[in-house]
Design a protein around this ligand. Structure first.
Ligand SMILES: [Zn+2]
Length: 377
């Protein structure tokens, strides 16, 4: 934006705008670019832009089948990203913390000169207490009561804040900020890798819950005659719609690479192979049934489907629509649309970056004034 546009947007005077821009520029957070012609005659205005290299965070995703660590700047700008696949036998807490520490070290080396490292954000596939990153339960990792926040701080010896949250909550945050949910104050985000996670945004704010673990929609019971879930209960939603459910319905085993096995079922279903198609249809039915329950509960404007659900959706959109017509109240259905996520596999990682950047976006003076300032066009 030009300074005059900034002043108008903030409702402050020209001199106040100048002071604010100077305060941000002194911290390398913005740069003033060359004059832009804004379609009007007269003197062109200087344009103030966020400096993509001014402040960054380290973002970590602890998933079941992979680990990812990124260096992310303001605006979801990924400066560096490393993702490694994980073997089922490599999921122990110690091994995970060691692997994350190694990846963080390698990614940190890419921090641009003069760039302020503001924090570390972690997305984890489990039930997390945000205040200190204590993981109560991560059924698909096989973890119970693990102080991940404390372990990471001790292992990494970083003097930056560490923020940890559930992967689906962070996927919802990222899609809401700059993906398929932009501008949606009432949003349900569902994602499936091995399990199923949900992130709900109600009235523009994430639904957190009294214990901080709202959105565990994967463990809503949908099928009392179903199979046992990793959480111990019977017939949880994730036993009917996750990757494992798709493989089970298709009569296939996960083999050594469950991600590839799930992708093969989806490919076969696209080609019309009858068993794979029937498995996709069955999952589509359960997906629709569960979404209908959520829509009746929170009345979202949009449901965004991530992970394998994004790939599945085009195959089963009609089945899901039929479930909506059957089960959802008309007023809720009239304002609803369902669509695949837009940020792809990095949604949770980008959400973790947003979480870590939030304190600086709230108060940019947390970044110290830099001695060497750079100007760029
Ligand atoms: Zn369960």
């Amino acid at each position: 934006m030009s300074r005059s546009e900034l002043g108008a947007a903030l409702g402050v005077t020209r001199s106040t705008t100048g002071l604010l821009v100077a305060a941000l520029a002194a911290r390398n957070l913005v740069v003033e670019g060359e004059a832009a012609r804004l379609g009007s005659p007269g003197r062109p205005s200087q344009v103030v832009r966020p400096n993509p290299d001014g402040v960054a965070v380290i973002s970590v995703e602890i998933a079941v089948t992979s680990l990812a660590v990124g260096l992310v700047g303001v605006g979801g700008h990924i400066l560096q990203l490393v993702r490694t696949e994980r073997e089922p036998k490599g999921l122990s807490v110690k091994r995970t913390i060691d692997d994350v520490a190694q990846l963080v070290e390698s990614v940190r080396a890419w921090l641009p000169p003069g760039c302020w490292l503001a924090g570390l954000g972690v997305a984890i596939y489990g039930v997390v207490r945000r205040a200190d990153g204590f993981v109560h339960f991560a059924p698909n990792l096989g973890w119970h009561d693990v102080p991940v926040g404390k372990l990471l701080v001790e292992r990494l010896r970083l003097s930056i804040p560490v923020a940890i949250a559930n992967d689906a909550d962070l996927g919802a945050l990222a899609e809401h900020t700059r993906g398929a949910g932009v501008g949606m104050d009432h949003l349900v985000y569902l994602s499936s890798e091995v399990g199923v996670g949900g992130g709900l945004i109600v009235d523009g704010r994430p639904l957190v819950g009294a214990a901080g673990c709202a959105g565990e929609v994967g463990h809503i019971q949908v099928n009392p005659a179903g199979v046992r879930c990793r959480c111990g209960a019977i017939g949880c939603w994730e036993t009917e719609i996750g990757g494992a459910a798709l493989l089970r319905h298709a009569g296939r085993s996960a083999g050594s690479d469950s991600v590839a096995a799930v992708a093969r079922v989806l490919d076969d279903a696209v080609r019309g192979e009858p068993t794979a198609k029937a498995a996709a249809d069955t999952v589509g039915h359960w997906l629709g049934l569960g979404i209908a329950g959520l829509v009746n509960t929170v009345n979202p404007r949009r449901v965004v489907l991530g992970g394998i659900l994004a790939s599945l959706y085009p195959l089963v959109a009609e089945i899901i629509d039929a479930e909506m017509r059957l089960r959802v109240t008309a007023p809720a259905r009239e304002v609803l649309d369902i669509r695949p996520a837009e940020l792809g596999p990095e949604a949770a990682l980008l959400g973790a970056a947003e979480l870590a950047l939030a304190p600086v976006l709230d108060d940019p003076t947390l970044v110290p004034v830099q001695l060497t300032q750079r100007r760029s066009a």
